[in-house]
Design a binder for this molecule. Structure first.
Ligand SMILES: C[S@@+](CC[C@H](N)C(=O)[O-])C[C@H]1O[C@@H](n2cnc3c(N)ncnc32)[C@H](O)[C@@H]1O
Length: 211
């Protein structure tokens, strides 16, 4: 997949602050929790694939922490959890949620595309990619954070980039781009949330093991 470089990298760094501020606005205007009080059903699917071999998990774009708290509790504290999000408000709410649920998590404010946080046995990202003008760089960064044999869980809107020229990899092509080299697909499902054909109607969840 195409990597970031040159002008597009400079542009995307400039966007980092804007994304954080835009999301701060969304989180401060909406009544908390903005994306619903519960974890996503996609996190429930992911947890079925996690076993005792998995020790560390990174939630990219963790928002207010519903999913990471669910994943930590559902695995009885055996996972060391890290969450990253550019919104200050999201990170502070995620920290509060983790505390209130007795979950220990490392929460980092930042844009995942510009962070190297080491490698993790599980890397999850639920409904973040649609914000990113160059989703291929976002996905490359996620994959770089995954240990060999680790689990990738990516939930996304299937048509969000379909009409954007900036996206080299469209969501519909993501599986074939990702799964070419030694990946094992464990789960793939599409859901039509609203019964229509808009960018945010169709979602997909891909869970795959890196070779
Ligand atoms: C629609 S919310 C989803 C939050 C959470 N994952 C969920 O499932 O409820 C998208 C989140 O992605 C975060 N985000 C946007 N761009 C990001 C980036 N480059 N790196 C990490 N997180 C990002 C936003 O701040 C926001 O909290």
């Amino acid at each position: 997949m195409q990597r970031l470089g040159g002008r597009s990298e400079i542009r995307s760094k400039a966007k980092t602050k804007e994304i954080g501020l835009a999301y701060d606005l969304i989180y401060s205007l909406g009544s908390a929790p903005v994306f619903g009080p519960r974890h996503r059903p996609e996190a429930e699917e992911l947890i079925r694939h996690i076993d005792e071999r998995h020790r560390t998990l990174l939630d990219v774009g963790c928002g207010e922490g519903q999913n990471l708290v669910f994943l930590a509790r559902g695995t009885n504290g055996t996972l060391s959890i890290t969450g990253i999000d550019p919104s200050r408000i999201a990170i502070s709410r995620a920290a509060k949620r983790a505390r209130e649920n007795g979950v220990t998590a490392t929460l980092i404010r930042g844009d995942s595309r510009h962070k190297r946080l080491g490698t993790f046995d599980v890397v999850a990202s639920f409904f973040v990619m649609h914000h990113i003008p160059h989703p291929e760089a976002f996905v490359c960064n996620i994959v770089d954070h995954l240990s060999p044999g680790g689990l990738l869980a990516l939930a996304y809107y299937l048509n969000a980039h379909a009409k954007r020229e900036s996206a080299v990899v469209k969501e519909a092509d993501l599986r074939s781009h990702l799964l070419g080299n030694g990946w094992e697909e464990l789960h793939y499902a599409e859901r039509n949330l609203a019964g229509g054909n808009n960018a945010y109607d169709m979602t997909a969840l891909l869970i795959a093991r890196r070779g």
